[in-house]
Each structure stands twice: as structure tokens, then as C-alpha cells.
Design a protein. Structure first.
Length: 468
């Protein structure tokens, strides 16, 4: 097993670390007040241990990032790259004595090219900011995580994030054409291309996407763009059971439809959204399915999908009359996770992904797990690609309930693997799921991944303790 060959710096060494960092960084970029550095210790995941950073660095240039990595290599200090810390796996959690490398100040959009349909950005650019900037050119950057108003492109790349539109447009990895990456020893490497095609050598770009900062620090990205689609219209369908809603999902996909969004909320989630927002969603439903189309004739597509929903047992099918009503339905879906968090105060958010044909089996299994452990578990899902977010609601101050929450979380992951799925569709492994990574990819796959890590990071200083 590859272990980090570093130790947390002693108190007397921290001053030396800060001094060395300040030789290549402005004073305002280096934070060492323990009360301040503690606020950078974690992302949004529960049950993930975190250490106390020795220092937080907020660089603005590639050269400053290179300086940080050179100092860290020289002093054998761990480095934890961070974006907006909206992640849900503990991938951005600090380790004791580390340098937290926060990239949020590297937030420039360097180029938007409508001819080549690319954008060149720094890692701290917020997803929604990029989306609005390219829209001014008649273009779109499709990946849209639920946290798109706050999450950064660098974080999206690090965790290979997805979003609501993935069923039609795909995930972050499909839009990353090239990267500039600072390696553990401070060298700068470029991967990939700006062209529409390119197969020169191993695909190192894809290797970095989803690597959670464990192989290098992304400081620039070349991203593919699409022509901006027409505004989408949304349909809402109520079902008497989650199984019936999942049957409708299978029918929609089998019939050849390509929705821009196909989302599911179970009864627990619907009621939680109503409690938080007062939107008045139908609380009598057992499952609410949202389908959207951004085609040139979305009303016709929605009518065809509505008929399939009715054939699958939908009790009510309501297409939105206009864009405003459609947006309101999407706001309800985006409110799902905050609403579930409000149920008990703390959540564990899973992101098990299964083949669409097994989606009904997974949701019914989650209902059994919730009953077994006497817990509230809401499910919202990117149903069109089988990616579910079972959200365990619990009181973190209750040790027994916390224990049951963790046990239910693990049982859901085990069920996902049993159904031919994966432990993470878009949130990553981080700390939360690293013991499950070995179960999914097996001993040979795990050993090869560790060897790849050693090639890029022989001292083990980059985000140690994550993935495996």
C-alpha cells in the first residue's frame, strides 16, 4: 500500500513553512491564523475526518501555484487543493499540518472562441458565471451541478461532476479538452488539445478529471462548448409508486426520446421541498417525475412523453404552459437537497448510480433500508441516467441515530453494486467512500491506480488519504 512519505510539520516548523511560502507569494495570499485556517478544513460531507491546516494559500497565478508545490516538495508538506468546497465526499478536507491550496482567486475566463467553440478558464471560475458568459456568444457550457451558482470549474473537474442535464448532454469529463496542471514538484504540464479531434498518446486529460487533486493541480482548462439550445419546457407527472415512475423512465428511454432533463423526487423529497419553500407540490404523490425538452417543438415531445407516463400508471400529467412555470419546477428540484437537510439538520448524501433498468429495484431497496434503520431517507435522482441521490436525514447529536445513518449509507452502496451499479456517479470517492472503491474496482485495479499515483506524486504530498 502506497502511503504518504510525509509528516505533519511541528509547531516550530510552521513558521519556516510560512516564511518559505512568502518568498514567492504576496502576504495577503498566505493565511496562518488558526481561527481562519480552520474554516477551510472541510467540504460539505458528513462523517469525513478532517485535520487542522498549517496554512491556507490563495494564489492568483500559475507561477504562485508552482512556488507552493516546490516549497511543499522541499519541506515534505502535504497539499490539499480546494475550490468552493461544495463537494460531498470529503475530497477537499484538510489533513493535519497541510497547506490548503484554495484556487478560488484564480477566477478569470481567459478566452471564449465561438468559432472553435471553446472556453479557456482558470479553476476558480464559478460554473454559473461561465454559463452566463458563453451565453452572450450564443453558446452553452452544459454541465450543471445542483450547486452551479457557487461551485467552481476546478472542483467540477476534480470530482468529475455531473448535473441535471447529463441525460442529454453528458458530464464534465466530456467537455474537458485540455488542461494545464502543476505537478507535485512544481513542474507545469499541458495535456490535451484545443481541436475537435485529437488522439496523440495516452489520454492524460481524462486521467486528471476525477482525480480529486491527487495527481496534480489544475490551473487552466480548455472546455468544449455547444450552441445554446432553445429554452426548455418541463412536464411534471405524479405516480402512485416509485416503481411506476421508474417504469415510465425506462419507457421514455426505450422509445428513443432524448429529454434534456429527466428527474425524479420521491414522496419524502416532495414533502421536504414543500416544507422549505411552500411551492405547493402535490404531497399525495409517491413519486414526481420531471421531464424536459429543449427541442424546437418541445410541446410535441412533452405530449409523447406524457402519454408514456400515463401508460406507466401516472395519476396526473401536467406540462408547463410557459418558461416561467418550467423554471419554477426546476427550482423545486434544485431545492431538494437543502430541503432534506432541513428535515433533521444533518444529511449523508449518496450518489449511487445503477443501470436505468434497475432504478426501480434500487429505490424500493432504499425504502426497505430506511424502514430497517428507522430513518428518513429521501431520494432525488437524475433518473434519465440512473444516478440517484439517496439522502439520509439524521440528528448528528444522537449517537445511535448517527450510527444507523452510517450503516444505512453503506447498505445503499452495497445494494448499488449488487444491482450492477457504481458507488459514485458524480460526487467522487474522497474520504467518504474510499473503502468502497476497493470493493468496486478490485485488487488489481486498486494496485494499478496506486502505481499511477506514485508516478505523478512519488512523495505522496498531493491530497493524501483520499481515494485509497
Amino acid at each position: 500500500m502506497i502511503m504518504s512519505r510525509i509528516e505533519a510539520p511541528r509547531d516550530e516548523d510552521t513558521g519556516n513553512l510560512v516564511d518559505r511560502l512568502l518568498t514567492g507569494l504576496p502576504a495577503g495570499s498566505v493565511l496562518s491564523d488558526p481561527d481562519v485556517t480552520a474554516s477551510y478544513a472541510t467540504d460539505m460531507a458528513s462523517f469525513c475526518p478532517a485535520g487542522a491546516p498549517a496554512v491556507v494559500v490563495l494564489p492568483r497565478t500559475v507561477e504562485e501555484v508552482q512556488h507552493v508545490l516546490r516549497v511543499a516538495t522541499e519541506l515534505r508538506v502535504p497539499v490539499v487543493p480546494q475550490g468552493a468546497r461544495t463537494g460531498l465526499s470529503g475530497a477537499a478536507n484538510a489533513t493535519d499540518g497541510c497547506v490548503v491550496l484554495s484556487l478560488v482567486r484564480m477566477d478569470r475566463i481567459l478566452e471564449i472562441d465561438p468559432v472553435d467553440r471553446i472556453a479557456v478558464v482558470e479553476p476558480g471560475v464559478v460554473n454559473a458565471t461561465l454559463s452566463r458568459a458563453v451565453a452572450a456568444h450564443g453558446l452553452a457550457y452544459p454541465p450543471d451541478p445542483s450547486s452551479w451558482e457557487t461551485c467552481t470549474i476546478g472542483g467540477n473537474i476534480g470530482t468529475a461532476s455531473g448535473g441535471l442535464c447529463c441525460v442529454k448532454y453528458g458530464v464534465t469529463a466530456e467537455y474537458v479538452l485540455g488542461l494545464d496542471v502543476v505537478l507535485a514538484d512544481g513542474r507545469l504540464m499541458s495535456t490535451g488539445r484545443r481541436t475537435a479531434k485529437g488522439v496523440a498518446g495516452y489520454d492524460l486529460t481524462r486521467l486528471f478529471v476525477g482525480s480529486e487533486g491527487s495527481l496534480g493541480v489544475v490551473v487552466r482548462a480548455v472546455l468544449a462548448l455547444k450552441p445554446e439550445p432553445p429554452r426548455q419546457l418541463v412536464l411534471a407527472a405524479e405516480f402512485p409508486s416509485a416503481r411506476a415512475a421508474c417504469d415510465a423512465v425506462c419507457a421514455i428511454m426505450a422509445d428513443g426520446h432524448v429529454p434534456s432533463l429527466l428527474e425524479l423526487m420521491d414522496r419524502t423529497t416532495v414533502r421536504a421541498v414543500n416544507a422549505l419553500t411552500g411551492m405547493g407540490l402535490p404531497e399525495t404523490t409517491e413519486a414526481l417525475l420531471l421531464a424536459a425538452f429543449d427541442t424546437h417543438d418541445p410541446a410535441a415531445d412533452l405530449a409523447a412523453v406524457g402519454a408514456l407516463c400515463e401508460a406507466a400508471g401516472a395519476t396526473e400529467v401536467v406540462p408547463a404552459d410557459d418558461l416561467a412555470e418550467s423554471e419554477l419546477l426546476l427550482q423545486a428540484r434544485r431545492a431538494a437537497l437543502p430541503a432534506l437537510e432541513a428535515v433533521k439538520g444533518t444529511t449523508m448524501i449518496d450518489d449511487v448510480c445503477v443501470p436505468r433498468s434497475r432504478l426501480g429495484d434500487l429505490i424500493e431497496g432504499i425504502e426497505r433500508i430506511a424502514g430497517k434503520h428507522r430513518l428518513t431517507i429521501g431520494v432525488c435522482a437524475h433518473a434519465g441516467d440512473g444516478n440517484t441521490h439517496p439522502t439520509v436525514c439524521f440528528d448528528a447529536s444522537d449517537p445511535d441515530e448517527s450510527r444507523r445513518a452510517r450503516a444505512s449509507f453503506d447498505e445503499i452502496m452495497a445494494l448499488g453494486l449488487e444491482l450492477g451499479g457504481t458507488i459514485t456517479g458524480e460526487h467522487g470517492v474522497g474520504v467518504l467512500k474510499k473503502e468502497w472503491l476497493a470493493r468496486e474496482i478490485g485488487p488489481v485495479g486498486l494496485e494499478l491506480q496506486r502505481q499511477i499515483k506514485q508516478v505523478f506524486d512519488p512523495l505522496g504530498i498531493l491530497n493524501p488519504g483520499k481515494l485509497f
